[in-house]
Design a protein around this ligand. Structure first.
Ligand SMILES: Cc1cc2nc3c(=O)[nH]c(=O)nc-3n(C[C@H](O)[C@H](O)[C@H](O)COP(=O)(O)OP(=O)(O)OC[C@H]3O[C@@H](n4cnc5c(N)ncnc54)[C@H](O)[C@@H]3O)c2cc1C
Length: 373
């Protein structure tokens, strides 16, 4: 965490050895396409935009972006993974009676910036950390790339706020804003204003819908449950859709009605939960990671989990370092938070850390079975 005065504080993600990996999206896509071609005889088509689908017949209607030629492909099954603004969902599913749909933009948008490597290719900051500059109503984050650079993202309101994207109109506005608000970042990237327009200003939305399957078609990934990116779980949640689908294929064989039914019933609560978790973590990252009370709570939770790993897994670790379903983690996390708030109202945990009595408080909590999660 980067404070206004440039001082740094460090908060571990989880236990020693637990890490979040920063992975190139393009590299990941290329790797998956290679694997699909090598092991699954996949034929990959490029520049084919889907503009409609026939759900009952399993037909997708395509238009080639270069030739303009239209075509249709009929398949036994269609897995629609065409992202948050899925054409299959929008043009086919949404016409079904009983299809529920909601799209909620959050007030904030984002803009990416590339912080380049030093001239010798080395990193300008610790590469083994997610860097956050929490500033209350907005924040800057940075994640390391493999080439020494960092991909940085400024999340901030669009509209009528003291600090908003609308107030950063000229290069001078951008420069003054970074100098005043992220001085240590500005030192590393004094040309931030020149790079400002390199990436577009984008919006963020949560999209919920149900059902996720109809006829021969299933929505998967963001097409089914697009979320805001503040838990870093969007892609993982899409992969979990795939692993659950695979388990169901093994369980039900060729009975695709049963597979699709079980898939959407199992995954919908988890899609909802990853969206709720992501929104909650937005407020945590934006408003609380620099708050001493919040940091104290996290420190206590870490100690509790160190001493009694079977009794207490912090929410972040449940989500990021276990296969506990998102919906279960979300429910447990709410109970943990209520427990911690209550505990902190009763005890001065900072003083207990200082005088070394915190461990005996933890032993008492476990002995007296106060922790029922
Ligand atoms: C700013 C930001 C940061 C994020 N950070 C993280 C993170 O740190 N960790 C994480 O796990 N997730 C993150 N996510 C979320 C993650 O990017 C998505 O959850 C993930 O990419 C979803 O994968 P998908 O395959 O379902 O959809 P997408 O990745 O959106 O892929 C959809 C594909 O379908 C194609 N397509 C779209 N429409 C059509 C059409 N009509 N016809 C044909 N093809 C079409 C698109 O070109 C694209 O290739 C982030 C998202 C954002 C916006």
């Amino acid at each position: 965490m980067h404070a206004m005065d440039g001082s740094l504080t460090h908060q571990p993600y989880g236990k020693e050895g637990q890490a979040i990996y920063s992975v190139s999206r393009g590299g990941m896509n290329a790797r998956m396409m290679d694997i699909a071609e090598r092991h699954g005889d996949a034929k990959i088509s490029y520049n084919e935009v889907c503009y409609d689908a026939n759900l009952e017949e399993g037909i997708v209607y395509l238009k080639n972006t270069i030739t303009g030629k239209t075509s249709e492909v009929k398949s036994d099954l269609v897995f629609a993974t065409d992202g948050a603004f899925s054409a299959v969902r929008y043009n086919a599913m949404q016409k079904l009676p009983g299809f529920n749909y909601s799209q909620n933009y959050i007030e904030d948008g984002y803009r990416e910036l590339l912080l380049p490597a030093n001239d010798d290719g080395s990193y300008k900051m610790d590469k083994n950390a997610l860097h956050i500059w929490p500033r209350g109503r907005f924040m800057l984050i940075a994640l390391a790339n493999e080439d020494g650079s960092f991909t940085c993202t400024l999340f901030m309101p669009h509209g009528n706020h003291e600090s908003s994207f609308e107030n950063l109109k000229s290069r001078g506005d951008v420069e003054n804003f970074f100098k005043a608000t992220f001085p240590d970042f500005f030192e590393m990237m004094p040309n931030v204003a020149e790079a400002w327009e390199d990436h577009p200003l984008s919006s963020l939305a949560i999209i919920r819908c149900y059902p996720w399957t109809s006829g021969k078609v299933a929505l998967m990934g963001d097409a089914a449950h697009a979320t805001v990116p503040f838990y870093g779980q969007g892609m993982n949640c899409g992969y979990e859709d795939c692993s659950v689908m695979w388990d169901l294929m093994n369980e039900y064989g060729d009975d695709w009605d049963a597979i699709f039914k079980a898939y959407q019933e199992q995954r919908k609560p988890n899609g909802d939960a990853v969206q709720d978790l992501s929104l909650d973590n937005y407020y945590v990252m934006r408003d609380f990671v620099g708050d001493p009370e919040f940091l104290l709570q996290k420190r206590f939770e870490r100690r509790l989990s160190e001493l009694y790993p079977d009794d207490y897994i912090p929410l972040y670790s449940q989500v990021s370092f276990s296969h506990i379903p998102y919906s279960e983690a979300y429910q447990k996390g709410k109970k943990q938070d209520a427990f911690m708030k209550d505990l902190m109202a009763k005890h001065n945990l900072q003083a207990m850390f200082d005088d070394g009595s915190v461990d005996s408080l933890i032993h008492d909590i476990i002995k007296n079975k106060e922790l029922i999660l």
